[in-house]
Every structure is written in C-alpha cells, then in structure tokens.
Design a protein. Structure first.
Length: 98
C-alpha cells in the first residue's frame, strides 16, 4: 500500500521517542512524549487560495522537520511498522539543517 498526499498535505516518518533520559534512566512507554520531529517521505502538489491561485509546496522529500504535534493525523499507517503522520504544510514549524 502506498500513501500519496494530496493538496498541501505532507507525509512524515516520525522520529522514535527517546528510550533513555540524558542521565541514563529508562523511560517507560507510557511516559514517553509524542515526537514532533521527523523526515518528510512524500508531499502533495500544493493548494489553491480562495481566489483560485495555485500555491506550490515549499517542503521537499527528505527534509527533517519539526511539526506541530496535534495538527494532523498521527499513526497513519502502523501496519508498515512505522509511525507516520499526515500534516498540512502550514503545520511544519521549522526545517532542521545539518
């Protein structure tokens, strides 16, 4: 099964939550925070404004981004064994550069 985003939606592979604290203490599953960082796997073509003007996507496949945690559809496809999120391009807060 292949997921292809439409309009201004972006498919993100969510980064794994930290298993250990900085001090080396194991963090139980129930206490781990939901990650808001991940890699873009696929992007839609863009969206239209209310005036009908097409706005292309600025996000690109392969970028590592920080996105708003609760602005999207998390756990899109657990069947593939990956934690994926589908968010609007406007929910991407920053791009992480090496």
């Amino acid at each position: 099964m292949k997921i292809v985003p439409v309009n201004d939606l972006v498919l993100i592979r969510v980064a794994k939550a930290e298993e250990y604290s900085k001090g080396g203490v194991a963090i139980p599953d129930a206490a781990r925070e939901q990650q808001s960082r991940g890699e873009i796997l696929a992007c839609g073509p863009g969206a239209h404004t209310p005036e009908g003007v097409f706005v292309p996507m600025k996000a690109e496949v392969g970028q590592v981004v920080i996105f708003a945690r609760f602005h999207g559809w998390n756990d899109v496809d657990k069947a593939l064994g990956e934690d994926l999120a589908l968010v609007r391009e406007g929910s991407i807060l920053a791009r992480l550069e090496p």
